[in-house]
Design a binder for this molecule. Structure first.
Ligand code: TLP
Length: 333
């Protein structure tokens, strides 16, 4: 099987497992896990923010950001094709009493009509508590939002939370430090369990009072972990060894996109391939195509009635790309 369903499917490498086995640990609820403390300080510094909080998942990180930024009844502006809106179970509404105010998403991942969605002060209105952006943008095909756009959104004057599950991919693709893409967000969530190849773990960073609030909420949600240093060690190893190599995943995705677009009946559903995600339109129901591909030994996911997503990652080698393309062509013949 060539598994292109997601970069969440990576296996920890032997060297990463070694680092985990030798991690120094303590009780992180007491703030005494040295590996977690190192990771929180390192990632906060990397992203140019005062403080960080290690969390088990990206979903929890995004949820904590909403809970810490907003009050009950606030509206949270997010894209209608954002992961926070589509794939997180409505958690900010369920657990935070906030409402998702969706705005349309450009094919390149930027939010449209943002200024018009911000509420003015009026006793009848909910308050706008937060704007959420996503970089790279998953369902825009892993496209990168540039720093100039981030600055434009920040200039609207509201707190901005950035779902940066794949922010390291964005930084490598844009050739800028990750802090450049984080600069105009008030808070940022990054994942170690996507392209970076760690088995578990994400981080929320932002101002110290915000992180303290998020820490309270993490405990209430049951996310206070104990000897979490074994997981932090995997993330630290990923930061040391798996960031620059994301360029390989991006090159594989470009190669894949060129090959896929040459297959009759397949069209690229995104304007560019910036990073490790390729979404194609197969102009027929996606589900049977996904099944046919699996029978040929290529795993992918359907992300729309006729849309299929391919994601390259640490577990995909150079030889896998032409092999996958051959299998896709056979399946679609
Ligand atoms: N995305 C997963 C699935 O949930 C769709 C994937 O395979 O792409 N933000 C973004 C932009 C994400 O893509 C994801 C995961 C998350 C947040 C949530 O991360 P986890 O799975 O760690 O909670």
């Amino acid at each position: 099987m060539i598994d292109l369903r997601s970069d969440t499917l990576t296996q920890p490498t032997p060297a990463m497992r070694e680092a985990m086995a030798h991690a120094q640990v303590g009780d992180d609820v007491y703030g005494e896990d040295p590996s977690v403390n190192t990771l929180e300080a390192r990632v906060a510094a990397l992203l140019g923010k005062p403080a960080g909080l290690f969390v088990p998942t990206g979903v929890m990180g995004n949820l904590l950001a909403v809970l810490a930024h907003c009050r009950r009844g606030d509206e949270v502006i997010m894209g209608d094709r954002s992961h926070m809106f589509l794939n997180e179970g409505g958690a900010p509404s369920v657990l935070g009493g906030t409402a998702a105010r969706t705005v349309p998403t450009a094919p390149t991942g930027e939010l449209l009509d943002l200024a018009g969605a911000i509420r003015g002060e009026n006793i009848h209105f909910p308050r706008t508590g937060l704007i959420c952006l996503e970089n790279t943008h998953n369902y825009a095909g892993g496209l990168v939002l540039d720093a100039a756009y981030m600055a434009e959104v920040a200039a609207l004057g509201l707190p901005v939370h950035l779902d940066g599950a794949r922010l390291f991919n964005a930084a490598i693709a844009a050739g800028v430090p990750v802090s450049t893409l984080a600069k105009d967000a008030t808070s940022v969530m990054v994942c170690f369990s996507k392209g970076l190849g760690a088995p578990v773990g994400s981080m929320v960073v932002g101002p110290a009072p915000f992180i303290l609030e998020a820490r309270h909420w993490r405990k209430k949600l049951g996310g206070g972990m104990r000897q979490a240093g074994v997981l932090a060690a995997a993330a630290l190893h990923a930061l040391d060894h798996h960031v620059d190599r994301l360029a390989e995943d991006h090159a594989h995705a470009r190669q894949l996109a060129v090959g896929l677009a040459a297959i009759p009946g397949v069209r690229l559903a995104q304007p560019r391939v910036d990073t490790n995600i390729v979404i194609v339109d197969v102009a027929r129901p996606a589900a049977p195509v996904v099944e046919a591909l699996a029978l040929e030994g290529v795993q992918v996911v359907g992300v729309g009635p006729t849309l299929i997503r391919f994601v390259t990652h640490l577990g995909i080698g150079a030889q896998d790309v032409p092999e996958a393309l051959g299998r896709v062509a056979r399946a679609l013949r």
